[in-house]
Design a binder for this molecule. Structure first.
Ligand code: G6P
Length: 296
C-alpha cells in the first residue's frame, strides 16, 4: 500500500486481524494500533512508533505511562518506549536540535502485521537521512523490540540509539535492579564523572541518571510490591541507561506528574557515547530488547 498517508480506514483494511489487531484514533487524535490476543494486550502509536502499553495476561501493566503525557504531534509521549535516534541527549553540534533525536516525534509507517503462534509481529518504517529504519515489535507473553538501521549510502555513518523503556513499579524505594553490579558508569548528575561499579544491586534513593558503557548482559527489576521480576535481555546493545527523575526534576517536567517518580524506572537498552555505532556502507545494524516478566 501507499505508506505516505495511512488513514485509519486504510490501516484497518490492510493490516487489521480479527480479534487481535485494529487501528483507532487514540489520545490527542494520534493513530494507534490496539493489540488484544490471548497472551497480552498492547498499544502502539504510529507517532514515534511508540509502544504505550504492554500487559501480558496475569500481570498489571508492565510499562509506565504518565497521566500528564501530552500526545502532541511535535512532542514525545511520556512513558512506554520512546525510540531515541540518531543521537542520545542533546545534539552535540547544535543545541537547537531536539533532545534524543527525531525518531520519537515523527510519524512512522506501518509496513506489515503477522499473527501466528500467539505472537503478533508489527513492522514499521521511517526514514531519517541518511538512514532507513525498520522497527519490529512482537507482542506475546514477552515484548520483543528490534530496531534495524540500514545505511543505503556509499559512506560510513554513525548514530546513537536507545529503546528508552519506562517500567511501571509498585514502589521505587523498594525496587532493586540487578545485572549491572561492578560495572562503572557515567553519572550524569555528577558532571558526567565516571563512577566505579558497586557490588550491590542498584537501589534508587535519589535522582538517578546513569549511562553504563560496555554492558551487554541481562538486567532485572525486582519489584516486591507488585510481586514480579522483569528481565530485560539485549542483543547488540552495549550500553544501558538507568533513569529516575526523583522529586525535584519531576516537578520541573510539565508532562510528568509530581509524584510519578515513585511508580517508574527507565532501563534503556542503548548504544551511546563510546558505544556509538559506526555503520559501514550498505550494511545494517540491529538492536533487540526482550522484556520478560515473571511473577513471584
Ligand atoms: O525528558 P526527556 O527528553 O524524555 O529525557 C528523559 C531522560 O532520558 C535519558 O534517560 C537521559 O539519560 C536523561 O538525562 C533524560 O532526562
Amino acid at each position: 500500500m501507499n505508506h505516505v498517508n495511512q488513514s485509519i480506514e486504510d490501516l484497518n483494511e490492510y493490516f487489521s486481524i480479527d480479534d487481535v489487531l485494529r487501528f483507532e484514533i487514540g489520545e490527542g487524535g494520534l493513530t494507534r494500533a490496539v493489540i488484544t490476543h490471548n497472551l497480552c494486550k498492547g498499544e502502539l502509536y504510529l507517532h514515534g512508533a511508540h509502544i504505550s502499553r504492554f500487559q501480558p495476561s496475569g500481570f498489571a501493566d508492565i510499562l509506565f505511562l504518565s497521566s500528564n503525557s501530552q500526545y502532541e504531534a511535535d512532542q514525545p509521549i511520556r512513558g512506554g518506549v520512546p525510540i531515541v535516534f540518531p543521537w542520545f541527549g542533546p545534539n552535540k553540534h547544535d543545541n537547537n536540535l531536539p533532545m534524543h533525536g527525531y525518531a520519537r516525534t515523527m510519524e512512522w509507517q506501518m509496513a506489515r502485521a503477522d499473527y501466528h503462534s500467539s505472537k503478533l509481529v508489527l513492522e514499521l518504517k521511517a526514514y531519517i537521512a541518511p538512514f532507513e529504519l525498520q522497527y519490529f515489535v512482537a507482542f506475546s507473553e514477552h515484548l520483543t523490540m528490534t530496531l534495524r538501521v540500514n545505511n543505503p549510502t556509499d559512506e560510513v555513518h554513525q548514530f546513537e540509539e536507545a529503546l528508552h523503556t519506562y517500567f511501571s513499579v509498585g514502589d521505587i524505594t523498594k525496587v532493586t535492579i540487578r545485572g549491572l553490579e561492578y560495572d562503572s558508569f557515567i553519572n550524569k548528575i555528577d558532571h558526567f564523572r565516571i563512577h566505579e561499579g558497586e557490588s550491590n544491586p542498584i537501589t534508587i534513593t535519589g535522582e538517578t541518571d546513569r549511562v553504563y558503557i560496555d554492558t551487554a548482559g541481562t538486567s532485572e527489576i525486582v519489584d516486591p510490591t507488585l510481586r514480579r521480576r522483569i528481565f530485560i535481555d539485549k542483543h547488540h546493545s552495549k550500553s544501558t541507561v538507568v533513569w529516575n527523575p526523583w522529586i525535584d526534576k519531576s516537578q520541573r517536567m510539565t508532562d510528568f506528574k509530581d509524584d510519578e517518580w515513585k511508580q517508574m524506572v527507565c532501563i534503556e537498552s542503548a548504544n551511546v557515547d563510546k558505544n556509538i555505532v559506526q555503520l559501514q556502507p550498505h550494511r545494517f545494524h540491529e538492536m533487540t530488547t526482550v522484556i520478560r516478566p515473571i511473577a513471584y
